[in-house]
Design a protein around this ligand. Structure first.
Ligand code: DUT
Ligand code: MG
Length: 145
């Protein structure tokens, strides 16, 4: 298990795994007061945490499926990428795709953080790529049945 430095405001709880083998740790809104996200509205919600990941690890900010299904609330950037060299505050770009106002209260768990390994590569420019059965087929070319 990696040990990762985290800097946080004193009022902020450490993100934690909610079950023993969860891959994500829930992220809480670090707000002074509740905010209302109207339908179609987006906001960048602070978490009050800064982390120092070793090179080779990234953190992904992902939506919580319960909020997505119940309220249509997700992340406007799909999945947020926290680079290992980022030292700023982790923020959550939420959007209300639902039809009702969505209330975010201080401390609400509104997204989750998943730590992942990533690889670095260097490019080798070429004129031809290796052949495969798929070739250039994509975007549903194998059908749906
Ligand atoms: O959901 C997110 C996504 C990003 N970030 C922070 C961490 C990340 O390392 C930095 C930059 O993110 P990204 O590369 O996705 O944004 P960009 O628009 O390309 O900004 P930059 O030019 O700073 O890389 O912003 C967050 O706090 N939350
Ligand atoms: Mg970037």
């Amino acid at each position: 298990m990696y040990q990762v430095k985290i800097m946080k405001k004193s009022n902020v709880l450490l993100p934690q795994y909610e079950t023993s083998n969860a891959s994500g740790m829930d992220l809480r809104a670090d707000l002074d007061e509740e905010i209302v996200l109207r339908p179609g509205e987006r906001a960048l919600i602070p978490t009050g945490i800064h982390i120092e990941l070793p090179a080779g690890l990234e953190a992904q900010v992902r939506a919580r499926s319960g909020l997505a299904i119940k309220y249509g609330v997700g992340l406007v950037n799909g999945i947020g990428t926290i680079d290992s060299d980022y030292r700023g505050e982790i923020k959550i770009p939420v959007i209300n795709w639902g039809q009702e106002d969505f209330l975010i209260r201080p401390g609400d768990r509104i997204a989750q953080l998943v730590i992942c390994k990533y690889e670095k590569i260097s490019w080798v420019p070429v004129e031809h790529l290796g052949e495969t059965q798929r070739g250039s087929g994509g975007f549903g070319h194998t059908g749906i049945e």
